[in-house]
Design a protein around this ligand. Structure first.
Ligand code: FAD
Ligand code: SF4
Length: 581
């Protein structure tokens, strides 16, 4: 029998950007909050002196250990799914701050069209532009309504950037100027401008200067140390929850953050959440944390799995295409981030300096910034050239055809060490009736609970989009002066590699309870004191990195929880929508 703890106003599951923002905002507003995190306690100091490539880049020390709990994966509905067991194949964060600590920091607002993709596509190109089986839908919120939340998150995070010349309206500039452009970034920007595009600096969670955020948290200027993506920042120069929302939540005295607390069920009675059940992973003791409101901000996979394990809502069934829990699994991995790598004989760059989000980008082929009448896909994505900072052990770019060992391999490794750049496309990912999540009938975690099963396959739409992006990146590399260009290959089928951490959907937002699980405050239609926050709410994926949209949605949800605690009831009006699937 679980040990019952004292009731609080709000229990939040997860301490990344999603859970961290909600915890901080509600604690600031005076509510008693308990935040439960499955991983261990980490602080900024824990990342000092750990620039160890073997541990972090090669052995993925900051990622979830996939032995006790993982996902299972299959391509077709009739296949048997198998567990994904190596961290190179799936990267979810764990420990205090979650994946929001090891992220790279590339920050983009999603475009106005992303939030109304279905209706705007039909408006401009007609209904026939949306293929049968594609289950895209509007979010039940517009970009204009999202804008204040983006603005708030960017200020909390201290984002350094310059506006996208083709971007949507902003109420204010980024709080910090863009990072300094390296020669490689300058080359990308100058070249693409000459080609008639509209380049700009990638907006970054790596700070261009010292900054104090509106909550009084202080961040430092980035040192371009290179050990950024997949690492914690020991200069407090990468914006993450450990440097911002977690100390803000703690300072209020209203938020207790408990680590090593693996939440295993949302408890509920008579249509209301009553709290959560969690296990202390050090002792194995089970606890019940009662609360008036439960907020799940535990990354897409756990958000989905907890609802399924707790038997909340109706599981999506691909046979009938009905049910909202697990519907529209989507995300940027594997077939996304494809492009072209250029090798330069007469240009050298200092590639062993860099930062997670240092880079140039353009959005000429994103959203509806280009005419789709003659292309066989909808939406699009950004093109980026990033200078992450190469690693002595983990990076070894040589032109294709180079032997994998021997004198020629050695010669090319040394020759091209500072002579290769890559541009990639970050396309939007559409949702399909056959891509969804449910509980695996066979495989279980160490506590005997079923694992989450992903069913995901590619469509011609995905392949067409990837091919388009690779061609554009290759043209850019050529114009930049590359002597050898290696184009990525478009994979025929999904190979179960979930690289990059951009997984979404399953508990999607919308205006219609028939086709969405949460309303535009991230409040569940079926249980009004349960809020589910994060990428799980994306009905489909936009054409840029996700985290600023997750941060903005977290501010929106925090506002919703406060409203709910004051007024109760459903915060959004349900509307009926007609979908094509
Ligand atoms: C290598 C890498 C680079 C990335 N770079 C970028 C980038 O440049 N730009 C960008 O926009 N995005 C990037 N991302 C994605 C980004 O990390 C995520 O979008 C973001 O961290 C999601 O925030 P979140 O709060 O939803 O989840 P998380 O930050 O992962 O937080 C979820 C927390 O919930 C905890 N949790 C999970 N299950 C339970 C449970 N049962 N009980 C208790 N706690 C639980 C986890 O341990 C975790 O701490 C990157 C991801 C990876 C892997
Ligand atoms: S590159 Fe900058 S932001 Fe990234 S870890 Fe190094 S100092 Fe921190």
């Amino acid at each position: 029998m679980a040990k019952k703890l004292k009731k609080v106003d709000v229990v939040v599951v997860g301490s990344g950007w999603a859970g961290g923002v909600v915890s901080a905002e509600l604690a600031k507003a005076g509510y008693q909050v308990v935040t439960l995190e499955r991983g261990k306690k980490q602080d900024r100091q824990d990342y000092i002196g750990v620039k160890d490539e073997l541990r972090y880049t090669d052995r993925y020390e900051m990622m979830q250990n996939l032995s006790p709990e993982t996902i299972t994966s299959r391509v077709k509905i009739e296949d048997t799914a198998l567990p994904v067991r190596t961290r190179a194949e799936m990267m979810a964060g764990t420990d205090l701050g979650g994946g929001s600590v090891h992220w790279a920091g590339a920050t983009y607002r999603w475009r106005a069209i992303d939030f109304e993709l279905r209706s705007k596509t039909i408006e401009r190109y007609g209904k026939e532009k949306i293929p049968e089986g594609m289950t895209i839908q509007d979010w039940g919120i517009t970009y204009d309504e999202m804008e204040p939340y983006y603005d708030k998150w960017e200020k909390t995070a201290g984002i350094s950037g310059e506006p996208d010349p083709l971007g949507d309206k902003r109420s204010s500039d980024y709080p910090n100027p863009p990072m300094l452009a390296s020669p490689a970034v300058k080359l990308f920007k100058e070249t693409t401008e000459r080609m008639g595009y509209h380049p700009f600096q990638v907006a970054a969670g790596n700070l261009s200067q010292a900054y104090t955020n509106p909550d009084g948290e202080k961040l430092n200027a980035c040192m371009f140390c290179s050990y950024c993506t997949m690492y914690g920042c020991d200069f407090t120069a990468k914006s993450d929850p450990l440097a911002t929302v977690i100390p803000t939540a703690r300072k209020t005295g209203n938020c207790e953050i408990r680590t090593n607390s693996l939440v295993r069920r949302v408890l509920h009675k008579d249509g209301k959440a009553t709290g959560v059940m969690f296990t202390d992973t050090r002792t194995g003791i089970e606890y019940e944390q009662p609360a008036d409101v439960v907020v799940l901000g535990a990354f897409s996979f756990t958000n989905n799995r907890l609802l399924m394990l707790s038997e909340i809502g109706t599981q999506y069934d691909p046979a009938t295409r009905k049910g909202t829990i697990g519907r529209n699994f989507n995300g940027q991995f594997n077939i996304t981030f494809l492009g072209a790598r250029g090798f330069f004989e007469n240009k050298k760059f200092n590639l062993y300096m860099g930062a997670g989000a240092l880079g140039g980008t353009l959005s000429d082929f994103a959203g509806d910034n280009f005419d789709h009448s003659n292309v066989d896909f909808i939406n699009g994505g950004g093109i980026e050239m990033r200078q992450y900072g190469d690693g002595a052990i983990s990076t070894n770019h040589v032109p294709s055809g180079t032997p994998k060992w021997g004198p020629e391999f050695k010669k090319n490794s040394i020759h091209y060490a500072n002579r290769s750049l890559v541009a990639w496309y970050t396309p939007a990912v559409m949702s399909w009736w056959h891509n969804y999540v449910d509980l695996d009938p066979t495989y279980k975690d160490e506590y005997g609970d079923p694992l989450l099963r992903i069913t995901n396959r590619y469509t011609d739409h995905d392949r067409n989009m990837a091919k388009f992006g690779i061609e554009k990146c290759s043209e850019i590399m050529k114009e930049m002066g590359a002597d050898i260009i290696d184009e990525d290959e478009v994979p025929e089928e999904f190979d179960h590699i979930y690289s990059g951490g951009h997984y979404a959907g399953g508990i999607i937002m919308g205006a219609d309870p028939e086709t969405s699980a949460v309303n535009n405050y991230l409040q569940m239609w079926e249980m009004d004191n349960l809020f589910v926050v994060g990428g799980s709410a994306f009905p489909q994926f936009g054409g840029h990195h996700p985290t600023s949209t997750i941060g903005a949605l977290a501010y929106r949800a925090a506002e919703g929880v406060e409203k709910y605690l004051k007024e109760g009831g459903q915060l959004a009006e349900a509307k009926q929508e007609t979908l094509n699937a």
